[in-house]
Write a protein that binds this ligand. Structure first.
Ligand code: C2E
Ligand code: MG
Ligand code: MG
Ligand code: MG
Length: 278
């Protein structure tokens, strides 16, 4: 590739950069091995009722347990999955785990909503809709209790093929949430143009809940106006939860209640939740 560059440009290709390219290629091949060798798992973070503290649902978050390097954060490998096309397979894996978990909870008397992150890159696949329907059908899932989290960028692209896929997913029964809401170039016209059911307030606003109060309250009233659910992300303190109660926010996620945990640990949380309510 470097051959194609002009003289001057080639001069900028430093050893540092070739190391970065090498480590990127290594990462991509390690990710392929990781998929084959089942090093990925889905963790679940509770989605909690702000007023009552009851668990209403869960977000499935992928984890990579690397044989030497231990647990690796998705922030460090999702971009490489998107660049290499592996995100399609990874996304289907996480959706499958989410359907299985949701069914298992339902069979134990807990009807929970499960949400799964959907990368903009996954919309490139012609078979996205069929693949997702197949996964739900094959695993006895219920699309009406499932939510797909997309970012504003997916809608702002205004790509007709993407919008058609989104609509087909909604027609099948999936709900759609806007993740990290408030951080994109919010052109809010999409709120009435597209079939959205939930806004997830980005955790950067919750981290600065005092100065961000007007924005948070605005998002919550907008959600009410458009008849959408609203979830606050990244709640870490009792004071933040208290403020969200006062703003009449519906649900939250955050370390204050629990981070993302393995399936068994989530089920244990549910049992405690049930016991506390009884
Ligand atoms: P996200 O979808 O916005 O998920 C929320 C992230 O915030 C998660 O990080 C979660 O563990 C973290 N978090 C939750 N509560 C708190 C809190 O109280 N304080 C702080 N500081 N952080 C909190 P995680 O699991 O590292 O995931 C990071 C991002 O990676 C996700 O952001 C999502 O964009 C992406 N991601 C994770 N799993 C998947 C997946 O299966 N597919 C795709 N496409 N993306 C994924
Ligand atoms: Mg998310
Ligand atoms: Mg989020
Ligand atoms: Mg986020």
């Amino acid at each position: 590739h470097a051959k194609g560059l002009g003289r001057n440009e080639a001069a900028y290709f430093t050893p540092d950069m070739s190391e970065a390219v090498d480590s990127r290629i290594n990462l991509e091949s390690e990710l392929m091995v990781a998929l084959q060798e089942d090093q990925f798992s889905a963790y679940f973070q509770p989605r909690v009722d702000v007023q009552t503290g009851d668990i209403h649902g869960a977000e499935a978050l992928v984890r990579w347990l690397h044989p030497e390097r231990g647990m690796i954060s998705p922030a460090d490998f999702i971009p490489a999955c998107e660049d290499s096309g592996l995100i399609g397979k990874l996304g289907k894996f996480v959706l499958t785990q989410a359907v299985i978990a949701q069914r298992c909870w339902a069979e134990n008397g807990h009807t929970l909503k499960i949400s799964v992150n959907l990368s903009p890159v996954q919309f490139v696949a012609e078979t996205l809709v069929e693949d997702f329907i197949q996964i739900v059908e094959d695993n006895g899932g219920d699309p009406h209790s499932m939510e797909l989290e997309i970012t504003e960028s997916v809608l702002l692209g205004n790509d007709q093929a993407t919008i058609n896929k989104l609509q087909a997913l909604v027609d099948y029964g999936f709900h759609i949430a806007i993740d990290d809401f408030g951080t994109g170039y919010s052109n809010l016209s999409y709120l009435h143009r597209y079939p959205i059911s939930c806004l997830k307030i980005d955790r950067s606003f919750i981290a600065q809940i005092e100065s961000a109060q007007p924005i948070i309250e605005l998002i919550i009233s907008m959600a009410r106006l458009f008849d959408l659910d609203v979830v606050a992300e990244g709640v870490e303190t009792a004071a933040q939860l208290q403020a969200l109660k006062a703003y009449d926010c519906q649900e939250y996620q955050g370390f204050f209640y629990a981070g993302a945990v393995a399936l068994g640990d989530f089920t244990a949380l549910l049992d405690c939740d049930g016991a506390a309510a009884a």
